[in-house]
Ligand binder design. Structure first.
Ligand code: ATP
Ligand code: MG
Length: 218
């Protein structure tokens, strides 16, 4: 409801700003103001989209899923972008299926966000490493990049909603990933190699020990 109430005025602000923009000549002194309104409205729309996907995710449908196939599916979506950006893929998936009790769509979103961040950190190319393995306790998925790592001064904030260092970021990606992994009784660790890259390790319980048929609400 809240997002609906915010979206309507946003659409009208954006629409009228665009009409104003068309009326102005490109060298008008007011152009930068109108441009800024258009840009900020589109940023707000991105934020609203993030919030909507966040709250739609409250309902979790757990089924038995092979984490390797989810990771493969997530990566497939980005194959074009990876090629275009000159990013090599180094994928090392566990030979055995690694079963978790999880919501496939949500887990895919969680990994998408990690992969997108990795891609964005390697604007000039690099290597994306995707590794899965299992320990006694966990099914582990590691997403690593060679994008230079995270400034130690901000690393404490990266999971906070709306924290971003990107011009067009909403800062919701990692907050959503964190929430999804928590809902699956998992953990997420970050290893920051300054000047080299970052490794995000997602650890999810084995299916046999995970929650069964749990539906979360609230
Ligand atoms: N792989 C990475 N390499 C370097 N910095 C990263 C990486 N992943 C996350 N970060 C840092 O963490 C911040 C928060 O990430 P998050 O995904 O939550 O938001 P975002 O990427 O900025 O915006 P959005 O995900 O909405 O597009 C980023 O702005 C960036 O500073
Ligand atoms: Mg992101």
């Amino acid at each position: 409801m809240l997002s609906h109430e915010i979206k309507n005025p946003l659409v009208s602000i954006g629409g009228f700003a665009n009409r104003l923009k068309k009326k102005l000549s490109s060298n008008s002194p007011y152009m930068p103001y109108v441009d800024q309104i258009v840009k900020e409205v589109s940023r707000l729309e991105d934020i609203m989209r993030g919030i909507v996907s966040f709250s739609n995710n409250k309902f979790v449908e757990f089924s038995r899923e092979d984490i390797n196939s989810i990771v493969e599916e997530a990566l497939f979506v980005f194959s074009d972008v990876l090629r275009r950006q000159g990013i090599k893929i180094d994928m090392n998936l566990d030979k055995k299926p690694a079963f978790v009790m999880g919501d496939r769509q949500q887990l895919k979103i969680a990994f998408d966000n990690l992969i997108v961040n990795a891609i964005q950190s390697m604007a000039k190319g690099g290597t994306l490493y995707i590794t899965t393995y299992s320990t006694d306790e966990w099914n582990v998925v590691e997403v690593s990049d060679t994008g230079g790592g995270i400034d130690p001064q901000v690393i404490g904030n990266i999971f906070n909603p709306f924290f971003t260092t990107k011009e067009h970021g909403t800062g919701l990606g990692l907050a959503i990933t964190y929430t999804i992994i928590k809902r699956h009784k998992g953990v997420i660790d970050v290893t920051n190699n300054i000047g080299v890259g970052v490794t995000f390790s997602v650890k999810l319980p084995h299916a046999s020990r995970g929650p069964r048929g749990v539906k979360l609400s609230g």
